[in-house]
Design a binder for this molecule. Structure first.
Ligand SMILES: Cc1ncc(COP(=O)(O)O)c(C=O)c1O
Length: 388
C-alpha cells in the first residue's frame, strides 16, 4: 500500500485570529499601535512629570555616577535583584503615605493582580465596583474567592452585598471591597469616605486603587484615601499607587500593614517569579514622590486645576482631569478622534470592551503641562467638528 504523505498542519489558530481581527474591523473595534503625534490630550502624565527636568537629571545621575549599580536588576527581588534603590523607595513611600509598609512592583496591572490572587482565598468574598480596572477583574477571575459585582458607586448596592456576605461569612473567611478612588474612563470619584465607613461597619478589608488620584488628590497628592488610611494605620485598607501616571515614571506602590507586605513577599507569584524593576526606575519614582510633595508639586496641581476648571466651564462634566467625551457608536468615535488628530490633537477613541457597549468615547486627559491657549484651541476645534 502506498504510504500516505502527512499533510502539513495548517494551524487552526491562524484562521481563528484572522477571523477575530476581521470581525473587530467590521465592528470598528480593531486596535493598532500609533506613535504619539500632536498635542498630548491622551496620556496620563497629569502633572507633566514625565517630561520634568528633575526626573531626567535623576536618571542621568543615577546611571552615570554609580556604576556599581546594575542597569538591569538581573534577578528577582528575593534573589540578587533587590537593590538599594528599591529598598530606599519603599522606605520613602511608607513614610510619605503614612503606611506601616510599602512594596514596589513593576506596574499597576501586576500589582492589582498579585494582591487579589495572593490575598483572597476560597472562603473569601470579593465585592467590587462594576467599573474597576481590567487588572482587578483579571485578578478576581483568577482568584478562588466568591465575587459579587456592585453597581457603580452605589452605596446601597454595596451595603446589600456586604450584608449578605457578612451573613454567609465563615470563621476563616474575609470580605474584600475593591474600588478605585477616581475611575479611569469616566473620571468620576468614588464616595470614598462613605465606602470606607461602610466596609468598616461590616468588618471588610478594602483595596483602594489610587491610580488616577495619586499625585493629585489628598494632602500633597498622597491620594484620596490617605487621611482615613493613615488614621487607621492601614488596619483594613490597602492602597495602590501606580507610578506611571501622574508620577510620570512606571511601577506601582502597594501601601499596607507590615504583615500584608510580608505575606506578599512570601506568596505573591508575580512578585516572586519575576525580575525586579530596573533600579533606575525605583530611583526615578523616589524623585517623583519628592517632587509630588514639594511646592513645585503644588504648583503643578493648581495648574492642572485651572485646566480642569477651563474644560468644565466650556464642556460641562464633573471637573475631573479625565473627561469622557461620549460619542456612542464605535466607528463614530474613531472618526471623531481621527479628525481631531488631523488637526494636531492627540486624542484617542476608547471603545468596548474597555467601556460599556454604546458608550464609545474620546478620553480627554488633562495635564498641568497644557496651556490655556492650547486647550482653548482644542475646545473650539472639537465644537466646530461636532456642530458641523
Ligand atoms: C485604575 C487603574 N489601575 C491600574 C492600572 C494599571 O497600572 P499600570 O499602567 O501601572 O500597569 C491602570 C492603568 O491603566 C488603571 O487605570
Amino acid at each position: 500500500m502506498p504510504s500516505k504523505k502527512p499533510q502539513p498542519h495548517k494551524p487552526a489558530v491562524s484562521r481563528r485570529f484572522a477571523g477575530a481581527l476581521d470581525r473587530l474591523a467590521d465592528q470598528g473595534r480593531l486596535r493598532s499601535l500609533n506613535l504619539p503625534a500632536g498635542l498630548d490630550l491622551t496620556s496620563n502624565d497629569y502633572l507633566g512629570f514625565a517630561h520634568h527636568p528633575d526626573l531626567r537629571a535623576c536618571a542621568v545621575r543615577f546611571l552615570s555616577e554609580d556604576t556599581d549599580v546594575p542597569v538591569g536588576a538581573a534577578g528577582s527581588r528575593l534573589l540578587r535583584g533587590h537593590q538599594g534603590a528599591h529598598d530606599a523607595l519603599e522606605r520613602l513611600a511608607a513614610d510619605i503615605f503614612g503606611a506601616p509598609a510599602a512594596l514596589y512592583l513593576a506596574n499597576g496591572f501586576l500589582a492589582n493582580y498579585a494582591l487579589i490572587t495572593t490575598l483572597m482565598g476560597r472562603h473569601d468574598t470579593i465585592i467590587y465596583d462594576e467599573h474597576v480596572h481590567a487588572s482587578m477583574r483579571d485578578g478576581i477571575a483568577a482568584s478562588k474567592a466568591k465575587s459579587v459585582r456592585a453597581a457603580h458607586n452605589d452605596l446601597a448596592a454595596f451595603e446589600t452585598a456586604l450584608k449578605q456576605a457578612a451573613q454567609d461569612r465563615r470563621a476563616d473567611g474575609e470580605i474584600w471591597v475593591l474600588i478605585e478612588s477616581v475611575y479611569s474612563m469616566d473620571g468620576d470619584c468614588a464616595p470614598l469616605d462613605e465606602m470606607i465607613d461602610l466596609a468598616a461597619r461590616y468588618g471588610a478589608m478594602m483595596i483602594v486603587d489610587e491610580a488616577h488620584a495619586t499625585g493629585i488628590l489628598g494632602a500633597d497628592g498622597r491620594g484620596a484615601a490617605y487621611a482615613k488610611a493613615k488614621a487607621s494605620d492601614y488596619d483594613r485598607i490597602i492602597t495602590l499607587h501606580t507610578c506611571g501616571k501622574a508620577l510620570g515614571v512606571a511601577g506601582a506602590l502597594i501601601c499596607a500593614r507590615r504583615d500584608i507586605v510580608n505575606y506578599m513577599v512570601n506568596a505573591a507569584r508575580p512578585f516572586i517569579y519575576s525580575t525586579a524593576p530596573l533600579p533606575v526606575q525605583a530611583a526615578l519614582v523616589q524623585a517623583a514622590l519628592e517632587l509630588m510633595i514639594s511646592p513645585q508639586g503644588d504648583q503643578m496641581r493648581s495648574a492642572l486645576q485651572q485646566r480642569c476648571d477651563q474644560v468644565q466651564a466650556a464642556l460641562g462634566g464633573s471637573g475631573s482631569h479625565i473627561v469622557p467625551l461620549i460619542v456612542g457608536e464605535d466607528k463614530a468615535a474613531v472618526d471623531l478622534a481621527s479628525r481631531l488628530q488631523e488637526r494636531g490633537y492627540d486624542i484617542r477613541a476608547i471603545r468596548p470592551p474597555t467601556v460599556p457597549e454604546g458608550t464609545a468615547r474620546l478620553r480627554l486627559s488633562l495635564s498641568a503641562a497644557l496651556s490655556r491657549a492650547d486647550l482653548e484651541g482644542f475646545i473650539q476645534t472639537y465644537k466646530d467638528i461636532i456642530n458641523a
